[in-house]
Write a protein that binds this ligand. Sequence first.
Ligand SMILES: Nc1ncnc2c1ncn2[C@@H]1O[C@H](COP(=O)(O)OP(=O)(O)OP(=O)(O)O)[C@@H](O)[C@H]1O
Ligand SMILES: [Mg+2]
Length: 729
Amino acid sequence: METEADVLEELLNIETEIEDVQDQIKLLLERQEKLHERQSELKFLLEAYKASGTGNSANENSSRSSSLEDWSGSFEWDSQADDVRLNIFGIPSYRQNQKEIINAIMSGRDVLVIMAAGGGKSLCYQLPAILRDGVALVISPLLSLIQDQVMGLTALGIPAFMLTSTTSKENEKFIYKALEKGEGELKILYVTPEKISKSKRFMSKLEKCHNAGRLSLISIDEAHCCSQWGHDFRPDYKSLSILKTQFSNVPVVALTATATQKVQYDVMEMLRIPKCVKFVSTVNRPNLFYTVRSKSSVGKVVVDEIAEFIQESYSNSESGIVYCFSRKECEQVAAELRERGIAADYYHADMDVNAREKVHTWWSKNKLQVIVGTVCVIAVIILLLVEIYIHIKFNTQYLLVVRFVIHHSLSKSMETYYQESGRAGRDGLPSECVLFYRPADVPRQSSMVFYENSGLQNLYDIVRYCQSKRQCRRNAFFRHFAEPLQDCNGMCDNCAFLSEVMEVDVSRHAKVMVSLLQDMQEKDQRLTMLQLVDKMKNKKELGSDIKKEEMEQLVIQLILDFVFKEEYQHTAYATNAYVTIGPLANQVLQGKKIVKLEISSKQKNKGDSMKSAKHSLAFSGLELKLDELREKLSSGHGGIFPHSVLSSQQMSMISSQKPSSAQELEKIIGKLKTEKYGSKILDEIKKYTGSEPPDNGMLNEEEGSGNRASKRLKTRKGIVVIESSDEEF
Ligand SMILES: Nc1ncnc2c1ncn2[C@@H]1O[C@H](COP(=O)(O)OP(=O)(O)OP(=O)(O)O)[C@@H](O)[C@H]1O
Ligand SMILES: [Mg+2]
C-alpha cells in the first residue's frame, strides 16, 4: 500500500529526473548547434576544394578565393602596381594572395580578406589606394593602430591623415577641404568607427567627396569587430552598414586575421557585401613554435622557469613579451625577472606618460629585452608604438622583431591567443610561443568572461588546447578556424617531443568527486575548484594514485565534459567562481560515462622547447658575403639592424639572380635601398662571381642539399631559419 510519503518521494525523484533531462536537452541542443556550424564550415570547405579543382595537398589548400574568377592574371595596372610596391613600399615581391586581392579591389569589387597576423593586409588596400584616383577611407578600431599606420605611410611619403579626437584643428580643416573640394594632397584617410556613427559633419563631407567621384575605396580593418561572435565585438562597427548603402559603387574591403565561418558570414551581412570576393589565407604561421608548459602553483618557480627559458634560448637579447593576467602581476613579474638579471619592464594603462615614454625609449634602444604586459590590447598597442618609433627612425619596415611571446596566464579564447602569440616572428624567422598553464587559472579567467557573449565557450576552447598533451597545437588552430590540416613539421611541443602520455581511466575518481560535490550542494555549501581538490585529498578510498595537479586537471576536464559547470557569485571585491553539478553528472555516477585523463609519464625536458626542432641555416657563398656586408653597412649607418639593410629574402634573391647593374638590383630591393647601398652590393656580387670556381653550379646544388649545414663556413649567431620557409612574415 503506497503511503503519502512514498508518493512524495517518487514525485521528488521524477522532478529531479525531469530537471536532469531538461539539462541534457539543453546540452544536446547546444551540441546540435555546434554540429550545424561545423557542418556548414565543412560544406564550405568542400565547395572551396571543388572550386579550386585541387586535391588534398596542404599547400594548395592554404589559400582560397571564394570565386572562380582568376585574379592572378594580367591586368592593365600591373606595371604601375609593381612600381609602387617596389619603389614606394620597398617590397620586393608579393606574398600569398596580395596580388589577387589588389586586382579584385582595382576591378571595383568588394573584398573580404582573412589573412594571418602580420601577413601583410595593409598593403592590400594601401597600394590600390595609391593607384586609384581620389581618397581612400580606412576604418580602424584603435587610435594607436591608426597612428601606427599614418606615421608609417607618412614616412614613405604617402599623403595619409587621420581624423580622430587627437587631430589638430588645422589638420581637420585641411581634411575637410580635401574631402569637400578636392584641394590639397590626401590619398588615405583613417578614422575610427565612431566617426561614421557619430559625426554628421564628417558624413556630409564624405558624401560630397563621393558625389564628386573622389571616394576611391573603403577599407574596414579588423573587420571581425563587426560580429558579436567575434572575440572583439565593437557596437560602433554596426553602423558601418551605412557605407555600402550610401556609397554603393565604391569597393569595400574588409580585413581581419581571424574569423570563423560564422564571423565571416556576419561580417558580410553587416557590411552589406554579400557578393564580395573572399580571400582566405591560411592561419598557419610555420615559423612559430607552440608550447604549453605546466605552470607551478608557486609564483617564484614560474618566474624562475621563464627567466631560465629566456636566458638559455635568447642570450643574445632578442626581444620578447610576457603576457600576464593583471597589472599587479605585470609589475611583480617584471621586477622578479629583473632580479634574475633580465632587462624587463612592465607596461600598462595606469602608467603615466613619462613612464611609458621611458619604456619606449629603452625598448627601442634595445636596452630592454622583455616587456611584461596585461593580457589585453595594451600589450599589442605598445608594440605597435614601439615598432613605429623604429619604423620612423630608420625609415624601414618593422625591425625590432619579437622573438618570443610567453603567456604567464591563459588567454581568454583561441582567437586572442592566436593574435597575442602572433606578435612573435613577424619577419618569418623561427620564434616561440609558450603558454604556462595551470588549471587554477581557468576560474580566474572564467569569472572575468562569463558574462560576455560566448565568453565561456571561447575560454573552454583554449582550455582544451592547454589540457591536451597529444593533439598537435597547430591542428587545434586549423580546426578552430575550420581550415584543412597542414603539416606541423614538428613545430609544436606535442609533435616535437612525443613524451609518453598515458590515457588513464579516472572514472572512479570522477564518481567520488561528483558525489562529494552533490553532498556539499545538498548542505547548501559551495566549493571552488581548489577547495574541491583539497577535499578530495582526504578521500582515503582513492589512495594517492593521482597527484594534486592531476586532480585539478580532472576538475577542469569534468567542466569541459559538462559533468560539472561553473557558477559565479559577486562579492564587493571580486567575482568568485564555484564548481557545481552539471547536466552529465548522473551519467558519471551511474557508470555510463567513462572519464579519461591524459597524464605524462615522463616530463618533457624543460629546456627542450624549440631547440631540437630548429634547423640552423647558414648562408650559402654569396649570401654569406652579403650577410657580412650588411652587418658592416648597418653599423656604418648609425647602428641600425642588419635586417633593415637587406632582409634575408632579399639576400637570397640577390644571390640567386646575381644582378649586375643598379637597374637589375632595383628590381629586387627598390630604389631607396639601391641608392643607399647599391654600389657596395654590386661590388660584392662582382667580387664573388669573379672568384667563383667553374664547377660552381655543382657546389651550389650540393649546398642546397641535406648536408648543406656541414659545408657552411659560418652560421648566423643567434638566428635560425627554417629551411622549408622562404616566406617572410
Ligand atoms: N609582400 C611582402 N613582402 C615583405 N614584407 C611584407 C610584404 N607585405 C607586407 N610586408 C610587411 O609585413 C609586415 C606586416 O604587415 P601588416 O602590418 O600589413 O600585417 P597585417 O596583416 O595587417 O597584420 P595584423 O593582423 O597584425 O594587423 C609589415 O612590416 C609589412 O611591411
Ligand atoms: Mg593590420
